[in-house]
Design a binder for this molecule. Structure first.
Ligand SMILES: Cc1ncc(C[n+]2csc(CCOP(=O)(O)OP(=O)(O)O)c2C)c(N)n1
Ligand SMILES: [Mg+2]
Length: 354
């Protein structure tokens, strides 16, 4: 597990303590129960199998293979009333962990009528009724502004709900990112920013567009904690995100987390590749977070080989059923393309929203 913290200070000059490696390990030992460790594994397997299915069904799908530890570690264990905005790479597992139905998610990737958005939004969007910020635009970075606005709403509400938003390393170069993080820092909004740093924006390596060495280092410019974590270590990611959530719930404002990982597949499922060396790809395949985590749990005696095999079989059956349901669903048609469910409904109209 590798965790490092960047310099972080508040606007008043006081220094917020960003988590150190030892304290994270203690947090893990104390709070990640055996049940949670197994649930993290199940969700990583589900993420992988579901993602592979979506890639087979849709050549324009953005494969998340290799990034499961970052995604599951980030979104596991949130409260249902928290607000999430998941990156377009691998969002379905984040939605599934909130209770979204797999058959409807796969239907969504196919533009079917059973999908939550009925073909009216990008295929990787999620149901708003589960406190998920929907993907309504293909422009990178827009969800950062919306999630930050949601955090402002949560702060007004006065409770202890938080927002968690994930995004790519390339997206962190957008103006939206800087404006959102700055505002959240100034107003101490209850939000956690998680950069799913897979090192590439399509074919462009991050080093070509990042002058300060790491994305977490940017946090210092906003006076908030910045944490760089091994994004292939699910428990490390989960621990740093949970710690940041704790600070946000306590009114201590936002944290910027950079989870360093690698996409083992293409930018999209049909990406012919060719812009990364085979040596680099092989090295990261060797660091694949899923077998790595399985080895850890085997060594800890939490699972054995037969239990692992059963788990994979169960998940494969679950995803196969979801794919069958989605394939059997009719395509979204004209009737699904109206404004029904797009706006807040009759009550909003009655209030003058026309
Ligand atoms: C404003 C904007 N610029 C460019 C694009 C085209 N585009 C789509 S995905 C992508 C790469 C983004 O990389 P990153 O944020 O690192 O996410 P990743 O795909 O690596 O998960 C680009 C440039 C876009 N959709 N919106
Ligand atoms: Mg990237």
């Amino acid at each position: 597990m590798t965790i490092s913290s960047t310099t972080a200070g508040s606007s008043s000059g006081a220094v917020h303590g960003a988590p150190a490696g030892e304290s994270i390990r203690d947090t893990l030992a104390a709070h990640v129960s055996p049940d949670d460790r197994l649930a993290l594994l199940r969700n990583m397997i589900l993420c992988r199998v579901l993602e592979r299915a979506c890639c087979e069904l849709n050549p324009r799908w953005f494969p998340a293979e290799g990034e499961e530890a970052t995604i599951v570690g980030t979104f596991y264990g949130l409260r249902p009333d928290d607000v999430i905005a998941a990156h377009y790479r691998g969002p379905f597992i984040a939605y599934a962990m909130r209770g979204a139905e797999l058959g409807r998610l796969v239907g969504q990737a196919l533009g079917k009528a059973n999908g939550y958005a009925k073909g009216r939004a990008l295929g990787f969007t999620g149901p708003v009724e589960l406190n998920i910020v929907p993907w309504v635009a293909g422009d990178l970075g827009t969800s950062l502004g919306v999630a930050t606005g949601a955090a402002l709403g949560l702060q007004y509400e006065g409770g202890d709900r938080v927002a968690v938003v994930s995004f790519g390393d390339g997206t962190s170069n957008r103006g939206d990112f800087h404006e959102a993080v700055n505002l959240a820092a100034v107003w101490k909004l209850p939000i956690v920013y998680v950069c799913q740093h897979n090192q590439y924006s399509i074919s462009l390596h991050a080093s070509q567009v990042l002058a300060c060495g790491s994305i977490a280092a940017r946090a210092a410019g906003y006076g908030i904690p910045g944490v760089s974590v091994d994004g292939n270590d699910v428990r490390a990611v989960h621990a740093v995100v949970q710690e940041a959530i704790g600070r946000a719930r306590a009114g201590e404002g936002p944290t910027l987390i950079e989870a360093c990982t690698y996409r083992l597949g293409g930018h999209w499922a049909s990406d012919p590749g060719g812009y990364r060396s085979p040596e680099e790809e092989n090295e990261w395949r060797r660091r694949d977070p899923l077998p790595g985590y399985e080895r850890q749990l085997l060594a800890e005696g939490l699972v054995d080989q037969p239990a692992l095999a059963r788990l994979w079989d169960e998940v494969r059956a679950q995803v196969a059923a979801a794919v069958a349901e989605a394939q059997a669903a009719p395509p979204a048609d004209e009737a699904d393309l109206g404004l029904d469910e797009v706006f807040a409904g009759e009550s909003a109209l009655a209030n003058g929203c026309k």
